[in-house]
Design a protein around this ligand. Structure first.
Ligand code: AMP
Ligand code: GLY
Length: 422
């Protein structure tokens, strides 16, 4: 089989390394990929949002199966386009990807089908939003409707802060058209859990749960980032809670999408908050999370390609998706200064890895034999072990053997999870 993978981050590197375990896979093309992924796939500099470029590439190379991972091409309808030219795909069609593409859509879906989530009001005019904000309790949450590089949700502590967020989104349009509608949402509290799931539109099979660390600095301080590290499983996500989520959130969501004529096939990501009133949905993503994927896929015992094909064919069975009992930890090494200003172009020295260790490259480019830093998040050092404590220690040991100038990492990935276990 020849495969096509769209995207170019650490998540895609993890997906590709997992796909390669299937003996029938001969070749993987990755668009655009990156300098690290280039060791595992043939990369071409076609952007993930260049739908026409990707379709032309697929027509020429005729892949047997394609995996579309990032949100933008999914929301732009890349899966529809590739399927039209006969390339079977893993990933939702455009009308299903709206679950992530529009927070107004997903909020209305949850309200209509009684899926637990934060209460919210939708505004299309800044004045109306501001009048409402005068009557709100704080903190509250202001969210842009559309995709905003993960930065579209702002927790505000006062009317003044809320006003700033509304003006940024609706008037200054810092997220473009994504901010033409905003949601003002009730502030929820409780531990957050990421649950990625496989779904074929009818069955939904959750993967091992995980915990992201979104803030730049230790102790969950500093700016929001794309994610500074992850652990799996998430100790807050007990079997009892998993049962409740399946009954009140996972199955109802998949059924609701089908009912709406928007059957969702692919990876459905549930961003949950375990509130005192039970688990509630904070967000849906229509794709694998990054860096959740980097800890979830190493624990997958089943063959990823087979599971992905079953999602597309509508033949997904719970018993065919198996995870290891152990734990995994991913420590992200970033360029110092990320998520703001940072320098790149430094040589990366990678150590040899042993069984149970992986290095997934997110932001790097090739320069002859050398690998140079080329992004904010440069790579993820991932290790698994029989316990979470050992996995965290091992991931930090691995991270310590990797070097590049200007490297920055959080020192407390997994701490909160380990504290919860005590
Ligand atoms: P989102 O872009 O919707 O994933 O939100 C990003 C982050 O903002 C989440 O991971 C939460 O930490 C936080 N957040 C979003 N919505 C809420 C809410 N209603 N209450 C509390 N925190 C929230
Ligand atoms: N790690 C969160 C996300 O992928 O959106």
């Amino acid at each position: 089989m020849n495969l096509l993978v769209i995207g170019g981050g650490g998540r895609e590197h993890a997906v590709i390394k997992s796909l390669k375990k299937n003996k029938t896979v001969e070749k993987i093309w990755c668009l655009p990929g990156n300098g690290g992924i280039a060791q595992d796939a043939e990369c071409f500099p076609i952007k993930a949002t260049d739908i026409e470029g990707i379709v032309a590439f697929a027509k020429e190379h005729k892949p047997d199966f394609a995996v579309v991972t990032p949100d933008d091409p999914l929301c732009l309808g890349l899966v529809d386009r590739l399927e039209e030219i006969g390339v079977p795909c893993f990933g939702p069609t455009k009308n299903a990807a709206i679950l992530e593409g529009s927070k107004v859509f997903s909020k209305q879906l949850m309200e209509k089908y009684n899926i637990p989530t934060a209460k919210a009001c939708v505004f299309t005019q800044p004045d109306a939003a501001l009048s409402y904000l005068k009557t709100c309790d704080y903190p509250t949450v202001v969210k842009a409707d559309g995709l905003a590089l993960g930065k579209g949700a702002v927790i505000v502590n006062s009317f003044e802060e809320a006003k700033g967020a509304v003006e940024d989104m609706m008037v200054k349009k810092i997220f473009g058209e994504s901010g033409s509608r905003v949601l003002i949402e009730e502030f929820l509290t409780g531990p957050e859990v990421s649950v990625l799931s496989f779904t074929d539109g009818n069955a939904v099979v959750p993967m091992v749960s995980s915990m992201d660390h979104k803030r730049a600095k230790d102790g969950d301080k500093g700016l929001n980032t794309g994610g500074m590290g992850t652990v799996a499983p998430n100790p807050y996500y007990t079997p009892e809670i998993a049962d409740v989520c399946m009954k009140t959130i996972f199955l109802p969501t998949v059924r609701a999408m089908k009912e709406e004529g928007r059957t969702f096939k692919g990876c459905l990501y549930f961003g949950l908050m375990l509130t005192p009133k039970g688990p509630k949905v904070i967000e849906y993503n229509c794709r694998f999370g990054d860096p959740e994927t980097q800890v979830v896929l190493p624990l997958l015992k089943s063959d990823l390609l087979t599971v992905m094909q079953a999602c597309r064919e509508g033949t997904l069975k719970e018993e065919e998706v198996e995870f290891e009992k152990g734990a995994a930890c991913c420590v992200v090494l970033a360029s110092d200064g990320y998520p703001q200003k940072y320098d790149t172009g430094y040589e990366i020295t990678l150590p040899k890895t042993s069984e149970g260790e992986e290095i997934y490259i997110a932001g790097a480019k090739r320069d002859g034999e050398k690998l140079l830093t080329a992004g904010g998040r440069v790579l993820g050092a991932v290790a698994k072990a029989e316990t979470l404590e050992k996995a965290v220690t091992r991931a930090y040991e691995l991270a310590g053997r990797i070097s590049f100038a200007n490297a920055y990492m959080r020192r407390d990935i997994g701490k909160r999870a380990l504290d919860a276990l005590k």
